[in-house]
Design a protein around this ligand. Structure first.
Ligand code: ADP
Length: 361
């Protein structure tokens, strides 16, 4: 359905005939007000709009169509008398017109332009639909990952519990082989549990959540993080130093996770013969961003892996260092959902690492 707007009867009539012969349905309007009403009432696929109308100027009609929330996407083909200047043409396009033709308009050119505009509009609509579908699927997938990892924990707990019970009650009656098998079962369940927890954390950070509007004092977050990591701090004999940290808008649970993952890694990937020195600083950047740096004196990261370590399940280590490869991917999700960026710098193996991320002040 095309809306043909022109107060000049013979011209309007000729175009309606042309468009109908090409297979389109056509509605007609003589004035700007009538055009605006019909755009709302009929939802045409395209508006063919003469500039010289008796009431509201065609350029203004176009501007109003484009400003309308519901009708704004309707393509507008503006047509005007040859007397119009280049500046007016440019102005019409700036007003939101999708194309502009100057009288006398050749019928073939008019039809080809209409077809091209409808093709473009269809591509836009298809793209929007595909985007929406993709977003919905993505949300489904997030929910699925969350539910799956949540529900996987239950049977795993059962296996772990009964393996422990078996060892405790019947340990005396079991031979060495059986003890070995039990050790493997327990090792397997704890690795699996770590993986599931990682997955759960990652899925949760990807779910659309409540608005992150709390005011979060990062000094408190860091203090509780260090507290939570106490066992690793003691075991590795780590020293953690930090400057004064700002308060940011965000989600306290996620931000705790962020600091925890990075600081825990800094101890986990320490050099075997050196006590971990970890330093946390914050520097106010340009805009309203604060850049945080968490540096360590650990094993460092080769240049070629400095981007890939943020991908889920990407690890540079085998079972000798326990982990799921999902900690940094979660950090990236958390930082991005807070509107920031995360990256790492390291001069290479043995040279320590500096994890940077930005958060809005
Ligand atoms: P995980 O620690 O569970 O393997 P992460 O996503 O936290 O997974 O880290 C991914 C990989 O990045 C690790 O396997 C490790 O190789 C490397 N890495 C992370 N933090 C550091 C660090 N502070 N120093 C050296 N390597 C690191």
């Amino acid at each position: 359905m095309i809306l043909n707007v022109d107060d000049h009867e013979p011209g309007r009539y000729a175009r309606t005939r042309l468009l109908m012969a090409a297979g389109y349905q056509v509605a007609e309007a003589r004035t700007g007000v009538e055009a605006l009403n019909l755009v709302t009432a009929l939802r045409p696929s395209l508006v063919l709009l003469d500039v010289n109308l008796p009431d509201i100027n065609g350029l203004e009609v176009c501007r109003r169509i484009k400003a309308d929330a519901a009708a704004g996407a309707t393509p507008v083909l503006q047509v005007s008398a040859s007397s119009i200047s280049n500046r007016d043409q440019a102005g019409a396009l700036d007003n939101g017109a999708d194309a502009y033709l100057v009288e006398p308009v050749d019928s073939d050119v008019l039809l080809a332009t209409v077809r091209a505009m409808l093709r473009m509009r269809k591509a836009e609509v298809d793209l929007a639909a595909a985007n929406e579908l993709l977003q919905r699927k993505n949300e489904d997938l997030q929910r699925f990952a969350y539910m799956a990892s949540h529900d996987l924990q239950e049977p795993l707990r059962t296996v772990a519990t009964y393996a422990a019970l078996l060892a405790r009650r019947y340990g005396a009656n079991l031979d060495n082989d059986a003890h070995q098998f039990l050790t493997h079962i327990q090792g397997g369940t704890s690795r699996m549990s770590l993986l599931i927890q990682g997955l759960l954390m990652y899925a949760r950070a990807g779910l659309d959540g409540e608005e992150e509007k709390e005011s979060v004092d990062l000094n408190r977050i860091l203090a509780s993080t260090i507290n939570d990591l106490e066992q690793s701090v003691t075991e590795s004999n780590a020293t953690i130093t930090f400057g004064d940290l700002p308060t940011v808008r965000g989600n306290a649970v996620f931000l705790t996770q962020l600091f925890q993952n990075i600081i825990h890694n800094a101890m986990k990937y320490r050099k075997p013969d050196e006590r971990p020195m970890i330093n946390v600083t914050a520097a106010r950047g340009n805009a309203d961003e604060t850049e945080f740096v968490i540096s360590d004196n650990g094993i460092g990261i080769p240049t070629e892996y400095q981007e890939t370590i943020f991908a889920p399940f990407h690890r540079l280590h085998g079972f000798e260092v326990p982990g799921s490869g999902i900690g940094l991917a979660t950090c990236q999700r958390i930082v991005e959902r807070h509107g920031g960026r995360i990256w790492v710098e390291s001069e290479g193996p043995g040279m320590g690492s500096r994890f940077h991320f930005t958060l809005r002040a």
